[in-house]
Design a protein around this ligand. Structure first.
Ligand SMILES: Nc1ncnc2c1ncn2[C@@H]1O[C@H](COP(=O)(O)OP(=O)(O)OP(=O)(O)O)[C@@H](O)[C@H]1O
Length: 247
C-alpha cells in the first residue's frame, strides 16, 4: 500500500451512467469509517454506489480504489475483499439448497466442497437453523432468503461488507439479530436503508440525493436533516384526496 494511502474504499471523480441515466457525476468519497449508513430517496444512487464499490459496475470516468490500489486489481489478488448483500435475494442466490449457497462463500478460502458444506451446516446449527440445510432456497419466504444472503456473507467474511437494504423483508426478531450481527462484525460495514433507526447510531451516515452527497456526518445529525427535509417536502405537497377513487 502506498504511504499515506487511504486504507478504505475511495471514489475519485467518478461518473457512472446506467442506461440513459447519469447516476453520478464527478463523485468523490473516502469511505474509511468502520460503520457507514447510506440513506436517501428511491433512485438516489445507493445500490449503484454499492455496485461500484464491489466492482459489479465500472465507472465511465474516475476511479474506485481500496487501500490506494485500483479495486479490480486488488480484487484479483484478494477475491474476498468486498462482499455485497443484494437488495433482492434472487439476484444473489445461485445454488438450489441453503447449505450449498452458504458453502459457496467458503470455496475461495481453499476448503473442499465437503468441508465447506460441513462449515455451512455448523453455522446453520449455531443459529438454530439446522433444518434449513437441505431446504430448497426457492421454498423459503422472501425474509428467509434474505437471512440466507446475510449468512452467506457472514460465512464468506469479506473485509468490507456492503448491505443493500438488508432489513427490508426481515421480521422484528430478524432485524434485531441482524443489527446485533452488524454491531459485532469485526469488518467495515456499509448499510443502505430506508429505516433510519438502523443507522442513526452510526458514527457516519451519507445522505445521497440524486447521485450527490447532500449531507455526510454523524448518523444522528444526518438522519435528522433528512427527516426534516422529508417533512418539508410533505408539507409543501398538495393534499391528495381519495374521493372519487373508491366510488
Ligand atoms: N438497471 C438499470 N438500468 C438503468 N438505470 C438504472 C438501473 N438501475 C437503476 N437505475 C437508475 O439509476 C439511478 C439510481 O438507482 P439506484 O438503484 O442506485 O437507487 P437507490 O438509491 O438504490 O434506490 P432505491 O431506494 O429505490 O433502492 C435511478 O435513476 C435509477 O432509475
Amino acid at each position: 500500500m502506498p504511504m499515506n494511502a487511504p486504507h478504505g474504499l475511495q471514489l475519485q471523480g467518478v461518473t457512472l451512467r446506467r442506461g440513459i441515466t447519469t447516476v453520478f457525476e464527478n463523485l468523490n468519497l473516502a469511505l474509511d469509517t468502520r460503520r457507514i449508513g447510506l440513506i436517501g430517496d428511491n433512485g438516489a444512487g445507493k445500490s449503484s454506489l454499492f455496485r461500484l464499490l464491489c466492482g459489479l459496475d465500472v465507472p465511465q470516468a474516475g476511479s474506485v480504489s481500496i487501500g490506494g490500489q485500483d479495486l479490480h486489481a486488488a480484487r484479483a489478488e484478494h477475491p474476498g475483499l468486498v462482499g455485497l448483500m443484494f437488495q433482492n435475494p434472487d439476484d444473489q442466490i445461485i445454488f438450489p439448497t441453503v447449505q450449498e449457497e452458504l458453502a459457496l462463500g467458503l470455496r475461495p478460502a481453499g476448503l473442499s466442497r465437503q468441508q465447506a458444506k460441513e462449515q455451512a451446516r455448523a453455522l446453520l446449527a449455531q443459529r438454530g437453523l439446522a433444518h434449513w440445510a437441505e431446504r430448497a432456497v426457492s421454498s423459503l419466504s422472501q425474509g428467509q432468503r434474505q437471512q440466507v444472503c446475510w449468512l452467506s456473507l457472514l460465512i464468506a467474511a469479506p473485509r468490507v461488507l456492503l448491505l443493500d437494504e438488508p432489513f427490508a423483508s426481515l421480521d422484528l426478531p430478524g432485524q434485531a439479530r441482524l443489527a446485533q450481527d452488524i454491531a459485532q462484525a469485526p469488518q467495515q460495514v456499509l448499510v443502505s436503508t430506508h429505516v433510519l433507526d438502523h443507522v442513526r447510531g452510526f458514527e457516519r451516515v451519507i445522505w445521497l440525493d440524486c447521485g450527490k452527497v447532500r449531507e455526510d456526518g454523524p448518523g444522528a445529525e444526518v438522519c435528522a436533516a433528512y427527516e426534516a427535509n422529508v417533512a418539508l417536502r410533505l408539507a409543501s405537497m398538495p393534499h391528495t384526496s381519495m374521493d372519487g377513487i373508491h366510488g
